[in-house]
Design a protein around this ligand. Structure first.
Ligand SMILES: Cc1cc2nc3c(=O)[nH]c(=O)nc-3n(C[C@H](O)[C@H](O)[C@H](O)COP(=O)(O)OP(=O)(O)OC[C@H]3O[C@@H](n4cnc5c(N)ncnc54)[C@H](O)[C@@H]3O)c2cc1C
Length: 107
Protein backbone atom coordinates (compact mmCIF):
# COMPACT_ATOMS: atom_id res chain seq x y z
CA UNK A 1 0.00 0.00 0.00
CA UNK A 2 1.50 3.35 -1.02
CA UNK A 3 1.79 5.12 2.35
CA UNK A 4 2.85 8.42 0.82
CA UNK A 5 -0.26 8.55 -1.37
CA UNK A 6 -2.51 7.65 1.54
CA UNK A 7 -1.01 10.38 3.72
CA UNK A 8 -1.47 12.93 0.97
CA UNK A 9 -5.03 11.79 0.43
CA UNK A 10 -5.96 12.57 4.04
CA UNK A 11 -4.94 16.22 3.62
CA UNK A 12 -7.34 18.97 2.58
CA UNK A 13 -6.91 20.56 -0.85
CA UNK A 14 -5.77 23.79 0.88
CA UNK A 15 -3.06 21.91 2.76
CA UNK A 16 -1.84 20.18 -0.40
CA UNK A 17 -1.66 23.56 -2.14
CA UNK A 18 0.34 24.93 0.83
CA UNK A 19 2.75 21.99 0.71
CA UNK A 20 3.18 22.20 -3.05
CA UNK A 21 3.79 25.94 -3.10
CA UNK A 22 7.45 25.99 -1.96
CA UNK A 23 8.20 23.15 -4.37
CA UNK A 24 6.68 25.09 -7.26
CA UNK A 25 8.59 28.21 -6.22
CA UNK A 26 11.86 26.31 -6.10
CA UNK A 27 11.22 24.71 -9.49
CA UNK A 28 9.78 27.67 -11.39
CA UNK A 29 11.15 30.60 -9.34
CA UNK A 30 9.46 33.87 -10.40
CA UNK A 31 7.30 32.02 -12.93
CA UNK A 32 5.62 29.96 -10.19
CA UNK A 33 1.88 30.47 -9.89
CA UNK A 34 0.12 29.69 -6.65
CA UNK A 35 -2.88 27.46 -7.31
CA UNK A 36 -6.32 28.50 -6.13
CA UNK A 37 -7.71 24.98 -6.50
CA UNK A 38 -6.73 21.48 -7.53
CA UNK A 39 -8.32 18.35 -8.94
CA UNK A 40 -6.82 15.10 -7.68
CA UNK A 41 -7.57 11.43 -7.40
CA UNK A 42 -7.69 9.50 -4.13
CA UNK A 43 -6.54 6.36 -5.79
CA UNK A 44 -4.89 4.90 -2.65
CA UNK A 45 -8.07 5.12 -0.57
CA UNK A 46 -10.47 4.32 -3.43
CA UNK A 47 -12.26 1.20 -2.09
CA UNK A 48 -12.31 -0.39 -5.55
CA UNK A 49 -8.72 0.39 -6.56
CA UNK A 50 -7.10 0.03 -3.10
CA UNK A 51 -3.97 1.58 -4.53
CA UNK A 52 -3.63 -1.11 -7.19
CA UNK A 53 -2.83 -0.45 -10.80
CA UNK A 54 -3.29 -2.60 -13.88
CA UNK A 55 -0.60 -5.14 -14.57
CA UNK A 56 -0.16 -7.38 -17.53
CA UNK A 57 1.70 -10.58 -16.69
CA UNK A 58 4.39 -12.07 -18.92
CA UNK A 59 3.17 -13.51 -22.22
CA UNK A 60 0.02 -11.38 -22.31
CA UNK A 61 -0.32 -10.21 -25.89
CA UNK A 62 -1.98 -7.21 -27.44
CA UNK A 63 -4.56 -9.62 -28.83
CA UNK A 64 -5.46 -10.60 -25.25
CA UNK A 65 -6.09 -6.94 -24.41
CA UNK A 66 -8.38 -6.64 -27.43
CA UNK A 67 -10.36 -9.64 -26.22
CA UNK A 68 -11.01 -7.86 -22.89
CA UNK A 69 -12.65 -5.08 -24.88
CA UNK A 70 -15.01 -7.37 -26.80
CA UNK A 71 -18.71 -6.87 -26.00
CA UNK A 72 -20.88 -9.68 -24.74
CA UNK A 73 -23.98 -10.41 -26.81
CA UNK A 74 -23.88 -6.85 -28.22
CA UNK A 75 -25.40 -5.72 -24.91
CA UNK A 76 -22.55 -5.52 -22.42
CA UNK A 77 -19.66 -3.20 -23.29
CA UNK A 78 -16.23 -2.82 -21.74
CA UNK A 79 -13.92 0.17 -21.55
CA UNK A 80 -10.72 0.89 -19.71
CA UNK A 81 -7.00 1.19 -20.18
CA UNK A 82 -6.61 -2.59 -20.20
CA UNK A 83 -8.92 -3.12 -23.16
CA UNK A 84 -6.78 -1.38 -25.77
CA UNK A 85 -3.72 -2.64 -27.57
CA UNK A 86 -2.15 0.81 -27.82
CA UNK A 87 -1.51 3.03 -24.81
CA UNK A 88 -2.16 0.19 -22.39
CA UNK A 89 -2.01 1.57 -18.82
CA UNK A 90 -2.45 5.21 -19.83
CA UNK A 91 -5.29 7.74 -19.70
CA UNK A 92 -5.07 8.01 -23.46
CA UNK A 93 -5.81 4.29 -23.73
CA UNK A 94 -8.81 4.61 -21.42
CA UNK A 95 -10.09 7.53 -23.48
CA UNK A 96 -9.55 5.66 -26.75
CA UNK A 97 -11.57 2.76 -25.34
CA UNK A 98 -14.39 5.18 -24.43
CA UNK A 99 -14.52 6.44 -28.02
CA UNK A 100 -14.37 2.90 -29.39
CA UNK A 101 -17.33 1.76 -27.28
CA UNK A 102 -19.35 4.93 -27.91
CA UNK A 103 -18.98 4.31 -31.67
CA UNK A 104 -19.86 0.66 -31.22
CA UNK A 105 -23.00 1.49 -29.23
CA UNK A 106 -24.08 4.09 -31.81
CA UNK A 107 -23.73 1.46 -34.56
C1 LIG B 1 -0.13 6.39 -9.47
C2 LIG B 1 -0.56 6.39 -10.90
C3 LIG B 1 -0.05 7.36 -11.74
C4 LIG B 1 -0.45 7.37 -13.08
N1 LIG B 1 0.08 8.34 -13.89
C5 LIG B 1 -0.35 8.40 -15.18
C6 LIG B 1 0.15 9.42 -16.04
O1 LIG B 1 0.95 10.27 -15.65
N2 LIG B 1 -0.31 9.44 -17.33
C7 LIG B 1 -1.22 8.53 -17.81
O2 LIG B 1 -1.61 8.62 -18.98
N3 LIG B 1 -1.69 7.55 -16.99
C8 LIG B 1 -1.29 7.47 -15.70
N4 LIG B 1 -1.76 6.49 -14.88
C9 LIG B 1 -2.69 5.50 -15.44
C10 LIG B 1 -4.11 6.06 -15.52
O3 LIG B 1 -4.50 6.54 -14.23
C11 LIG B 1 -5.03 4.93 -15.96
O4 LIG B 1 -4.58 4.44 -17.21
C12 LIG B 1 -6.46 5.42 -16.13
O5 LIG B 1 -6.95 6.01 -14.94
C13 LIG B 1 -7.34 4.25 -16.49
O6 LIG B 1 -8.65 4.73 -16.63
P1 LIG B 1 -9.84 3.71 -16.57
O7 LIG B 1 -11.07 4.51 -16.83
O8 LIG B 1 -9.53 2.54 -17.44
O9 LIG B 1 -9.83 3.13 -15.07
P2 LIG B 1 -9.89 3.90 -13.70
O10 LIG B 1 -9.49 5.32 -13.83
O11 LIG B 1 -9.14 3.01 -12.74
O12 LIG B 1 -11.43 3.90 -13.36
C14 LIG B 1 -12.09 2.73 -12.92
C15 LIG B 1 -13.18 3.16 -11.95
O13 LIG B 1 -14.03 2.03 -11.69
C16 LIG B 1 -14.31 2.04 -10.32
N5 LIG B 1 -14.69 0.68 -9.95
C17 LIG B 1 -13.90 -0.42 -9.91
N6 LIG B 1 -14.61 -1.50 -9.52
C18 LIG B 1 -15.87 -1.05 -9.33
C19 LIG B 1 -17.06 -1.70 -8.93
N7 LIG B 1 -17.12 -3.01 -8.66
N8 LIG B 1 -18.19 -0.96 -8.83
C20 LIG B 1 -18.14 0.38 -9.11
N9 LIG B 1 -17.05 1.04 -9.50
C21 LIG B 1 -15.91 0.32 -9.61
C22 LIG B 1 -13.07 2.54 -9.62
O14 LIG B 1 -13.41 3.09 -8.37
C23 LIG B 1 -12.61 3.63 -10.61
O15 LIG B 1 -13.15 4.90 -10.29
C24 LIG B 1 -1.39 6.44 -13.56
C25 LIG B 1 -1.92 5.48 -12.69
C26 LIG B 1 -1.52 5.46 -11.38
C27 LIG B 1 -2.11 4.42 -10.48
Amino acid sequence: MPTMHLNLETLTDARVIDEAWPVLQKQYEDKAVRRIGIQRSRWGSDPFACGATSHSPPRVSEADLRVLGEPVASRLFFVGDSTVDGFYGFVLGAYASDLREAKRILR
